[in-house]
Design a protein around this ligand. Structure first.
Ligand SMILES: *[C@@H]1O[C@H](CO)[C@@H](O)[C@H](O)[C@H]1NC(C)=O
Ligand SMILES: *[C@@H]1O[C@H](CO)[C@@H](O)[C@H](O)[C@H]1NC(C)=O
Ligand SMILES: *[C@@H]1O[C@H](CO)[C@@H](O)[C@H](O)[C@H]1NC(C)=O
Length: 457
């Protein structure tokens, strides 16, 4: 994400009338107007004031996954339940352990796996982590861990043309030469992010450059190595490709054996178009230019680091012959279906910002279809797909509830909200209109959904 989008029309009475709600479907909560009874074999369960859900079970509702389990009767024995024998010492498939500090996350079909157990991606974005003090980084991860999140996506880039004396930057550019920053405000700040994530049992998805000019990104490579070139020449110019690979060698190589890294991502939201105007005619807006680049760069990452997963980081545009709406048509240079087939990309990514994409009059239901369409590709190509950014600026609790519900019911591998925030020593973490904080209404829903996603498997 990049810009603050002004709130558009607050709208849409979502009317979902059906006699009985399906398993995993919503069955109540503030402002809910849909069905309030559940199909046989499921029970309408109050998870929080915003969200009641049809969970598997019969007459006795199962406890919500994280909060109300019965306390142990003595302090000398492990917790037991009254209705079942004590659990075996190893964990069951319905109650995965918190992420272990060892082992690399892998894929198996449509799932992520860690040390033989399923790994759930219930996550958030926090691009700003490395720019903060160690204490504030710890505060942020502590909040995320308390919400049950497993995975955090953050920026592994900041390209500058003059040195900073605060925060973190990793490449200093001068006259077409990039120097990897091993100084005080350099890669050691990212080491601190990794250390804190590890201490909190969280894994990181790390983007390696930016389509946008925030924190430098592709446009700095182009300005330094192909002056006057359009944004898209980042994907094709031999010098920019070599320079990006050199950066990958330094950054990715440093953490190649670090299990806290969930995976690398080629770029945040790659597109043909750039800040310096339209793309060149050479950039294929239907997707082949970025597809070729993604093959080259993902294969290069695998050659430096065979341990970690690799994703693209795109917004997930489709290229349909009869596009129902703008994000399904040839436009920005991304073909989600074609990119998902790249053998050196381990998982698919997409974002959902209907208000920014001309769907602000129908953002909630448009997003449901967008999630469903990507889940269908996950199944078709048997490769996990993440909704790794999403946001609306109006009706967040009800829209996110429906979207998360769609993630659960569609089988989509996981999601990462844009963006869970924290109260830092410097004030609230950055808010571009989408931030949700621990005291706000979205946070408890996010926490419930993390539990349910883990329970779904
Ligand atoms: C790509 O980046 C440029 C700025 O460098 C911006 O104009 C364009 O809209 C961006 N698109 C996306 C979605 O990242
Ligand atoms: C809103 O989006 C849904 C899902 O794509 C679609 O079925 C519906 O027709 C749309 N409604 C409007 C008013 O555009
Ligand atoms: C719930 O409904 C009330 C009254 O109609 C409205 O003011 C409020 O914004 C709604 N909340 C959400 C999250 O949609």
């Amino acid at each position: 994400m990049h810009t603050i989008t002004a709130g558009l029309v607050a709208l849409s009475v979502v009317s979902l009338t059906a006699a009985q709600q399906v398993e995993w479907g919503q069955c109540g909560g503030i402002n809910w107007t849909g069905p309030t009874t559940c199909v046989a074999g499921t029970v309408c369960t109050v998870l929080n004031p915003w969200y009641y859900q049809c969970l598997p079970g019969s007459t006795t509702p199962p406890p919500p996954p994280s909060t109300t389990s019965k306390p142990p009767t003595t302090t000398s024995k492990p917790p037991t339940t009254t209705s079942a024998p004590p659990p075996p010492p190893t964990t069951s498939s319905t109650a995965p352990p918190p992420p272990s500090g060892t082992g690399f996350v892998k894929t198996s079909g449509q799932k992520f796996m860690l040390n033989g157990a399923e790994y759930t991606v219930a996550g958030t974005n926090a691009y700003w982590l490395a720019q903060n003090s160690n204490a504030d980084i710890d505060t942020a991860f502590a909040d995320m861990a308390a919400a049950g999140l497993t995975t955090v996506r953050t920026w592994g880039f900041n390209d500058v043309t003059s040195p900073l004396t605060y925060g973190a930057y990793y490449q200093l550019w001068s006259n077409g030469v990039a120097t990897f920053n091993t100084g005080a405000f350099g890669i050691s700040r990212f080491d601190a992010v990794v250390a804190s994530a590890k201490a909190h049992g969280i894994r990181l998805i790390v983007s390696l450059t930016n389509n946008w000019s925030d924190y430098g990104g592709m446009d700095v490579y182009v300005a330094q190595l192909n002056p006057g070139g359009t944004h898209d020449t980042f994907y094709t110019n031999p010098k920019t490709i070599a320079a990006f690979q050199n950066y990958i060698k330094n950054f990715v190589g440093r953490y190649a054996n670090e299990p806290t890294i969930f995976g690398w991502e080629l770029a945040n939201e790659p597109r043909c178009g750039g800040s310096n105007g339209s793309p060149s005619a050479a950039c294929d807006v239907a997707g082949s230019t970025i597809n070729t680049w993604a093959k080259t760069i993902s294969a290069y990452i695998k050659s430096i680091d065979p341990n970690h997963l690799v994703g693209l980081g795109d917004e997930g545009w489709f290229q349909l012959a009869s596009p129902p709406t703008y994000p399904y048509q040839a436009n920005v240079g991304i073909d989600f279906t074609k990119n998902l087939a790249i053998s050196t990309l381990d998982f698919g990514t997409f974002h959902s910002y209907p208000e920014s994409w001309g769907q602000g009059n129908n953002e909630t239901l448009w997003g449901v279809d967008w999630i469903t369409a990507h889940a269908a590709q996950q199944k078709a190509q048997n490769k996990p797909v993440l909704m790794e950014e999403f946001g609306v600026t109006v009706n967040q609790p009800s829209t996110y509830t429906l979207w998360w519900n769609t993630v659960l019911s569609s089988g989509l591998a996981g999601d990462l909200i844009w963006q869970a925030g924290s109260q830092l020593s410097t004030g609230p973490s950055p808010n571009d209109g989408y931030a949700v904080y621990p005291t706000g209404p979205v946070y408890p829903i996010m926490k419930s959904m993390a539990s349910m996603l883990k329970a779904r498997g």
